[in-house]
Write a protein that binds this ligand. Structure first.
Ligand SMILES: [Zn+2]
Ligand SMILES: [Zn+2]
Length: 103
């Protein structure tokens, strides 16, 4: 018997409800997380590593993913707030992901 196994990433969508994409302003972004699973014969058996949560837009996928990582860093500093709802924002965001208003 040949053992075929390994660790591979699996994207989990945390919330089915779309939120406003901070880059394009459309409600097409979802909170997702990349977890790493141990696979045997291509079947994910169990999670070996829990990933960071990030915001990924269906429309401009890559950009938001990168911004998502920056956003995590940024949350530790917190110096910009939305003037409409008072939540913390990334300084590059054109739209507030919480209330959807233009910043
Ligand atoms: Zn977008
Ligand atoms: Zn807001």
């Amino acid at each position: 018997m040949i053992f075929i196994g390994g660790i591979s990433p699996k994207i989990t969508v945390l919330d089915d409800k779309a939120v406003i994409c901070p880059v394009c302003g459309l409600a097409q972004a979802y909170y997702k997380r990349v977890d790493h699973y141990l696979n045997i014969f291509f079947i994910p058996l169990f999670r070996v590593k829990k990933g960071e949560v990030f915001l990924m837009c269906e429309r401009c996928e890559r950009q938001v993913h990168e911004m998502g990582e920056e956003y995590q860093d940024f949350l530790e500093h917190q110096d910009a707030v939305c003037r409409h709802c008072g939540r913390f924002l990334h300084p590059d965001f054109q739209y507030c992901p919480f209330c959807g208003k233009k910043t």
